[in-house]
Design a protein around this ligand. Structure first.
Ligand code: IMP
Length: 455
């Protein structure tokens, strides 16, 4: 039997792709997404929220995006925020206005009506929970305080959640706010009473249904042109043979199930999150491109076995890499923790995602270092293995087993083919490829889109 309805026809998807981070975020996914997006008909975010930060340099101009997919920089091309994203309406409106002020055409933006809204109480709760953990002498997660965890928690709780589509349904919205506001005022008020930080900042959460109704309706009106059923849109596009690029936010080691729990974010950050977060069938993910830095960084709490800390020499090296690589959070401005390349972690992520190709970023940052250390195994409990434990506590007990390789000198930023790279850099890349077992497709040697080697 032939079914001719476009949205229920079998989806033809061999040409799609996903770009996903293989470490703890900030690998430079935005640059590769922007470079690849020429070849795709739509770019889709499927997870996370304003905790992510993509910074892209186009013709020397730097754009920092948090919620809007970097594909937006291609005028008119659908840039889709999928149902798996948590959207702070205030934030996305600011991002839209900021892009428009710089002459960017945002007409391609589409936001899923099923994406969940990050409301003011989510951001307050994020602050209060982190404060509570610190006050109990427990390591906080080190969140971005953008309300991500509390918004996903409400999504799963169901009764106290607001979806983006609800902003366009006044009656339902009012009823929801009347239900939610007293509960959030009571719960967060009680939490604030126990928080020294909240007392110091005079944070006394109080949410008025009517005030929030006015505000949320305004958000809805401003976002109305962009809100739609993005899953149906994608199924139609794919049914018509269009190519879709899925853009992962955060990164695999921050995945709520497969990352270094509990020091993770609250969404499915890996390619495993694409089908549910974008509303597409599992087989439509297509080619999986894993993005990794030539070294390691991490923001926030949690174990990082190869971190350069503990003595002045290591810390000076971390400082040097941080400055050269501009390793400060795009979202929070926090200095990133820096470490040697951890291939145990990268191999784990590449396998979990099913990566078909690797993209090695920021290779230029390592130029000039005499020796480069790479962790290829871990020692734990008297055993040496290449097993990566996806668990914060277990990972904090491993010691990396390093291979030392000679560094490389010179300016690699002008290299455009592998042959242009010094021998030391090529050997470093060979080591990555052999240890991870996935071919390298791109090597980034500078921030600009053109400073890329395509293998
Ligand atoms: P949350 O996502 O704000 O809840 O933060 C949870 C953890 O994930 C914290 O350690 C953050 O620093 C980290 N995190 C979240 N998003 C990113 C990202 O895009 N890059 C790097 N770290 C991130």
């Amino acid at each position: 039997m032939t079914n001719t309805s476009p949205s229920s026809a079998p989806v033809q998807t061999p040409l799609n792709a996903v770009v996903v981070g293989l470490q703890w975020g900030d690998e430079g996914k935005g640059k590769i997404v922007h470079r690849l997006s020429d070849q795709f008909d739509a770019v889709v975010r499927y997870n996370g929220g304003a905790n992510a930060g993509h910074s892209i340099v186009v013709k020397g101009e730097r754009f920092a995006l948090h919620l809007i997919p970097s594909g937006i920089l291609h005028a008119g091309k659908p840039a889709i925020v999928g149902n798996g994203v948590v959207v702070d309406p205030e934030w996305i409106l600011k991002e839209i206005a900021g892009l428009q002020a710089r002459g960017v055409d945002v007409s391609g933006l589409r936001i899923s009506d099923c994406a969940h809204a990050v409301m003011p109480w989510h951001k307050d709760e994020d602050v209060l929970r982190e404060g509570w953990l610190s006050s109990q002498s427990v390591n906080p997660i080190g969140t971005t305080k953008r309300g991500i965890g509390p918004a996903y928690a409400d999504k799963v709780q169901r009764g106290t959640a607001i979806r983006i589509g609800d902003l366009l349904r006044p009656e339902l919205l009012r009823a929801r706010l009347e239900l939610i506001c007293p509960l959030k005022t009571a719960v967060l008020g009680a939490m604030a009473k126990h928080s020294a930080e909240a007392r110091a900042a005079a944070l006394a959460p109080h949410y008025h249904p009517e005030t929030l109704f006015t505000q949320a309706t305004q958000w809805g009106q401003a976002l109305r042109p962009y809100i739609t059923d993005t899953s149906a849109l994608l199924l139609d596009m794919m049914g018509a043979g269009k190519r879709v690029l899925f853009e992962g936010a955060n990164a695999t080691l921050l995945d709520v199930d497969h990352g270094t729990y509990p020091f993770v974010t609250s969404s499915s950050t890996s390619s495993l999150g694409v089908p549910s977060g974008a509303g597409v069938p599992a087989h439509s993910v297509g080619r999986i491109i894993g993005i990794m830095k030539a070294y390691s960084t991490r923001v926030g709490g949690g174990p990082m076995p190869t971190e350069l800390i503990g003595d002045p020499q290591r810390e000076a090296l971390a400082h040097q890499i941080r400055e050269k690589g501009r390793e400060y959070g795009t979202t929070t401005g926090r200095p990133r923790r820096v470490g040697w390349l951890d291939l145990v972690a990268v191999r784990y992520s590449a396998r979990l995602n099913g990566a078909h190709a690797l993209s090695v970023m920021l290779l230029d940052v390592l130029a000039g270092l005499r020796t480069l250390r790479v962790a290829t195994k871990y020692r734990a409990g008297g055993q040496v293995s290449d097993h990566f434990p996806p668990d914060g506590d277990a990972l904090s007990h491993v010691t990396p087993d390093y291979v030392d390789v000679p560094g490389f000198d010179g300016d690699v930023t002008t290299a455009r083919t592998m042959a242009d790279l010094p021998t030391g850099a090529r050997r470093y890349l060979d080591l990555i490829e052999q240890t991870v077992g996935v071919p390298i497709k791109y090597v980034s040697v500078g921030p600009d889109r053109d400073q890329t080697i395509e293998v």
